[in-house]
Design a protein around this ligand. Sequence first.
Ligand code: PGA
Length: 252
Amino acid sequence: MSRKKLIIGNWKMHTHPKSSVELAKAVADGWGNSESAMVGICPPFPWLASVVEAVQGSKVEVGAQNCYPAHEGAYTGEVSAIMIKEAGCKFVLVGHSERRHGLHETDLFLNRKITSALKAGLAVVFCVGELLSEREAQQTEHVLEYQLAAGLAGLTEDEFKHVCIAYEPVWAIGTGKVATPQQAQEAHAFIRKRIAKLFGENLAAHVYILYGGSVKADNAKEILNQPDVDGALVGGASLKADGFLAIARAAE
Ligand code: PGA
Protein backbone atom coordinates (compact mmCIF):
# COMPACT_ATOMS: atom_id res chain seq x y z
CA MET A 1 0.00 0.00 0.00
CA SER A 2 1.25 3.49 -0.68
CA ARG A 3 1.47 6.00 2.15
CA LYS A 4 2.40 9.65 1.61
CA LYS A 5 5.89 10.02 3.11
CA LEU A 6 6.53 11.87 6.36
CA ILE A 7 9.82 13.73 6.91
CA ILE A 8 10.60 15.06 10.39
CA GLY A 9 13.55 17.23 11.38
CA ASN A 10 14.90 16.70 14.91
CA TRP A 11 16.91 19.80 15.76
CA LYS A 12 18.11 18.29 19.05
CA MET A 13 19.87 20.87 21.27
CA HIS A 14 20.71 23.25 18.43
CA THR A 15 19.61 26.70 17.23
CA HIS A 16 19.01 29.99 19.04
CA PRO A 17 15.96 32.27 19.33
CA LYS A 18 16.61 34.02 16.02
CA SER A 19 18.10 31.15 14.04
CA SER A 20 15.24 28.80 15.05
CA VAL A 21 12.63 31.15 13.62
CA GLU A 22 14.71 31.76 10.49
CA LEU A 23 15.20 28.04 9.92
CA ALA A 24 11.50 27.31 10.50
CA LYS A 25 10.46 30.06 8.07
CA ALA A 26 12.95 28.91 5.46
CA VAL A 27 11.57 25.35 5.69
CA ALA A 28 7.94 26.52 5.56
CA ASP A 29 8.54 28.93 2.65
CA GLY A 30 10.69 26.46 0.75
CA TRP A 31 8.15 23.69 1.13
CA GLY A 32 5.26 25.94 0.12
CA ASN A 33 1.90 24.31 -0.44
CA SER A 34 3.19 20.96 -1.53
CA GLU A 35 1.06 18.06 -0.33
CA SER A 36 3.22 15.39 -1.87
CA ALA A 37 4.79 14.59 1.49
CA MET A 38 4.24 15.65 5.11
CA VAL A 39 6.88 17.71 6.89
CA GLY A 40 7.49 18.31 10.59
CA ILE A 41 10.18 19.99 12.69
CA CYS A 42 11.13 19.51 16.34
CA PRO A 43 12.87 22.56 17.85
CA PRO A 44 14.15 22.72 21.44
CA PHE A 45 11.48 23.49 24.09
CA PRO A 46 12.20 27.22 24.58
CA TRP A 47 11.52 28.02 20.92
CA LEU A 48 8.41 25.89 20.44
CA ALA A 49 5.90 28.72 20.61
CA SER A 50 7.88 31.09 18.38
CA VAL A 51 8.48 28.35 15.82
CA VAL A 52 4.77 27.43 15.86
CA GLU A 53 4.02 31.08 15.14
CA ALA A 54 6.69 31.26 12.42
CA VAL A 55 5.16 28.36 10.44
CA GLN A 56 1.52 29.27 11.03
CA GLY A 57 -0.57 28.85 7.89
CA SER A 58 2.09 26.66 6.26
CA LYS A 59 2.12 22.91 5.66
CA VAL A 60 4.84 22.36 8.26
CA GLU A 61 3.85 20.87 11.64
CA VAL A 62 5.78 21.43 14.85
CA GLY A 63 6.56 18.77 17.45
CA ALA A 64 8.57 18.53 20.67
CA GLN A 65 11.55 16.27 21.26
CA ASN A 66 10.39 14.86 24.57
CA CYS A 67 7.70 15.10 27.25
CA TYR A 68 7.15 14.12 30.88
CA PRO A 69 4.36 11.64 31.71
CA ALA A 70 2.59 13.64 34.44
CA HIS A 71 0.17 16.41 33.40
CA GLU A 72 1.40 18.94 35.97
CA GLY A 73 2.91 19.10 39.41
CA ALA A 74 6.16 19.28 41.30
CA TYR A 75 8.50 18.03 38.56
CA THR A 76 11.21 20.65 38.43
CA GLY A 77 12.63 21.12 34.96
CA GLU A 78 10.12 18.87 33.18
CA VAL A 79 7.59 19.73 30.46
CA SER A 80 4.26 17.91 30.17
CA ALA A 81 2.52 16.75 27.02
CA ILE A 82 -0.36 19.12 27.75
CA MET A 83 2.02 22.08 27.88
CA ILE A 84 3.47 21.01 24.55
CA LYS A 85 -0.01 20.74 23.10
CA GLU A 86 -0.90 24.17 24.48
CA ALA A 87 2.23 25.60 22.85
CA GLY A 88 0.65 24.62 19.52
CA CYS A 89 2.52 21.38 18.80
CA LYS A 90 0.91 18.47 17.02
CA PHE A 91 3.28 15.66 18.01
CA VAL A 92 6.13 14.61 20.25
CA LEU A 93 9.14 12.31 19.91
CA VAL A 94 9.37 9.61 22.57
CA GLY A 95 12.19 7.15 23.20
CA HIS A 96 14.97 8.73 21.16
CA SER A 97 18.15 6.72 21.70
CA GLU A 98 19.91 9.76 23.14
CA ARG A 99 17.34 9.63 25.93
CA ARG A 100 17.19 5.82 26.24
CA HIS A 101 20.95 5.40 26.39
CA GLY A 102 22.28 8.83 27.37
CA LEU A 103 19.65 9.53 30.03
CA HIS A 104 18.76 5.92 30.92
CA GLU A 105 15.05 6.21 30.22
CA THR A 106 13.40 2.81 30.65
CA ASP A 107 10.78 1.15 28.46
CA LEU A 108 8.27 1.48 31.29
CA PHE A 109 8.90 5.22 31.56
CA LEU A 110 8.57 5.61 27.78
CA ASN A 111 5.28 3.73 27.88
CA ARG A 112 3.97 6.25 30.43
CA LYS A 113 5.13 9.15 28.24
CA ILE A 114 3.36 7.71 25.20
CA THR A 115 0.14 7.21 27.12
CA SER A 116 0.16 10.73 28.52
CA ALA A 117 1.02 12.32 25.16
CA LEU A 118 -1.88 10.51 23.48
CA LYS A 119 -4.23 11.56 26.28
CA ALA A 120 -3.09 15.16 25.78
CA GLY A 121 -4.07 14.92 22.11
CA LEU A 122 -0.57 14.76 20.64
CA ALA A 123 0.53 12.26 18.01
CA VAL A 124 3.60 10.26 19.05
CA VAL A 125 6.72 9.36 17.10
CA PHE A 126 8.04 6.38 19.06
CA CYS A 127 11.72 5.68 18.44
CA VAL A 128 13.17 2.18 18.61
CA GLY A 129 16.49 0.73 17.52
CA GLU A 130 19.38 -1.54 18.43
CA LEU A 131 22.94 -0.81 19.54
CA LEU A 132 25.84 -1.93 17.34
CA SER A 133 26.73 -4.67 19.85
CA GLU A 134 23.14 -5.95 19.69
CA ARG A 135 23.21 -6.02 15.88
CA GLU A 136 26.53 -7.85 15.90
CA ALA A 137 25.11 -10.39 18.36
CA GLN A 138 22.14 -10.97 15.97
CA GLN A 139 19.82 -9.47 18.58
CA THR A 140 18.24 -6.74 16.42
CA GLU A 141 14.84 -8.40 16.07
CA HIS A 142 14.74 -9.40 19.70
CA VAL A 143 15.49 -5.79 20.79
CA LEU A 144 12.89 -4.30 18.44
CA GLU A 145 10.26 -6.82 19.52
CA TYR A 146 10.86 -6.01 23.18
CA GLN A 147 10.94 -2.21 22.72
CA LEU A 148 7.69 -2.27 20.75
CA ALA A 149 5.87 -4.57 23.17
CA ALA A 150 6.98 -2.64 26.26
CA GLY A 151 6.61 0.86 24.85
CA LEU A 152 3.19 0.27 23.32
CA ALA A 153 1.79 -1.88 26.15
CA GLY A 154 -1.81 -1.14 27.10
CA LEU A 155 -2.59 1.09 24.12
CA THR A 156 -5.98 0.63 22.50
CA GLU A 157 -6.26 0.33 18.73
CA ASP A 158 -7.80 3.79 18.63
CA GLU A 159 -4.87 5.25 20.56
CA PHE A 160 -2.34 3.44 18.38
CA LYS A 161 -3.76 5.20 15.29
CA HIS A 162 -1.95 8.33 16.55
CA VAL A 163 1.43 6.64 16.88
CA CYS A 164 4.14 6.30 14.30
CA ILE A 165 7.35 4.37 14.74
CA ALA A 166 10.86 5.61 13.97
CA TYR A 167 13.44 2.87 13.44
CA GLU A 168 16.77 4.41 14.38
CA PRO A 169 19.67 1.98 14.66
CA VAL A 170 21.80 3.59 17.36
CA TRP A 171 25.02 2.92 15.44
CA ALA A 172 23.72 5.05 12.54
CA ILE A 173 22.74 8.14 14.53
CA GLY A 174 25.05 11.08 14.01
CA THR A 175 27.81 8.75 12.85
CA GLY A 176 27.53 9.17 9.09
CA LYS A 177 27.08 5.37 8.98
CA VAL A 178 23.69 5.02 7.37
CA ALA A 179 21.97 1.62 7.34
CA THR A 180 21.89 0.07 3.89
CA PRO A 181 18.49 0.23 2.21
CA GLN A 182 18.27 -3.55 2.70
CA GLN A 183 19.05 -3.33 6.42
CA ALA A 184 16.43 -0.60 6.82
CA GLN A 185 13.83 -2.53 4.81
CA GLU A 186 14.41 -5.73 6.81
CA ALA A 187 14.00 -3.95 10.12
CA HIS A 188 10.94 -2.01 8.93
CA ALA A 189 9.26 -5.15 7.60
CA PHE A 190 9.93 -6.85 10.93
CA ILE A 191 8.46 -3.88 12.85
CA ARG A 192 5.36 -3.94 10.66
CA LYS A 193 4.96 -7.66 11.36
CA ARG A 194 5.21 -7.08 15.11
CA ILE A 195 2.66 -4.24 14.90
CA ALA A 196 0.31 -6.64 13.11
CA LYS A 197 0.67 -9.05 16.04
CA LEU A 198 0.01 -6.27 18.57
CA PHE A 199 -2.70 -4.25 16.79
CA GLY A 200 -3.88 -6.29 13.79
CA GLU A 201 -3.13 -6.34 10.07
CA ASN A 202 -5.17 -3.28 9.20
CA LEU A 203 -3.36 -0.90 11.56
CA ALA A 204 -0.04 -2.48 10.60
CA ALA A 205 -0.75 -1.66 6.95
CA HIS A 206 -1.39 1.97 7.86
CA VAL A 207 1.23 2.69 10.51
CA TYR A 208 4.04 5.02 9.51
CA ILE A 209 7.52 3.60 10.04
CA LEU A 210 10.23 6.24 9.61
CA TYR A 211 13.93 5.53 9.23
CA GLY A 212 16.42 7.64 11.17
CA GLY A 213 20.21 7.64 11.26
CA SER A 214 22.49 9.78 9.09
CA VAL A 215 19.82 10.50 6.47
CA LYS A 216 21.08 13.15 4.03
CA ALA A 217 19.95 14.56 0.72
CA ASP A 218 22.22 12.19 -1.19
CA ASN A 219 21.12 8.93 0.48
CA ALA A 220 17.46 9.73 1.19
CA LYS A 221 15.94 8.55 -2.07
CA GLU A 222 17.35 5.04 -1.92
CA ILE A 223 16.15 4.52 1.63
CA LEU A 224 12.76 6.15 1.09
CA ASN A 225 12.18 3.92 -1.92
CA GLN A 226 12.04 0.81 0.25
CA PRO A 227 8.50 -0.52 0.46
CA ASP A 228 8.24 -0.41 4.26
CA VAL A 229 10.02 2.93 4.75
CA ASP A 230 7.35 5.63 5.11
CA GLY A 231 9.59 8.57 5.80
CA ALA A 232 12.61 9.78 7.72
CA LEU A 233 13.58 11.26 11.07
CA VAL A 234 16.46 13.57 10.26
CA GLY A 235 18.92 14.97 12.80
CA GLY A 236 22.02 16.80 11.61
CA ALA A 237 20.78 17.32 8.07
CA SER A 238 17.63 19.10 9.31
CA LEU A 239 19.60 22.10 10.57
CA LYS A 240 20.01 23.63 7.11
CA ALA A 241 16.77 24.38 5.25
CA ASP A 242 18.20 23.49 1.83
CA GLY A 243 19.46 20.07 2.86
CA PHE A 244 16.30 19.25 4.78
CA LEU A 245 14.05 20.36 1.93
CA ALA A 246 16.08 18.25 -0.48
CA ILE A 247 15.28 15.21 1.69
CA ALA A 248 11.60 16.15 1.79
CA ARG A 249 11.62 16.52 -2.00
CA ALA A 250 13.24 13.10 -2.34
CA ALA A 251 10.12 11.80 -0.61
CA GLU A 252 7.69 13.37 -3.11
P1 PGA B 1 21.19 12.06 12.48
O1 PGA B 1 20.18 11.90 13.73
O2 PGA B 1 20.34 12.27 11.27
O3 PGA B 1 22.04 13.23 12.84
O4 PGA B 1 21.95 10.77 12.42
C1 PGA B 1 18.96 11.23 13.59
C2 PGA B 1 18.20 11.27 14.89
O5 PGA B 1 18.85 11.26 15.94
O6 PGA B 1 16.96 11.32 14.93
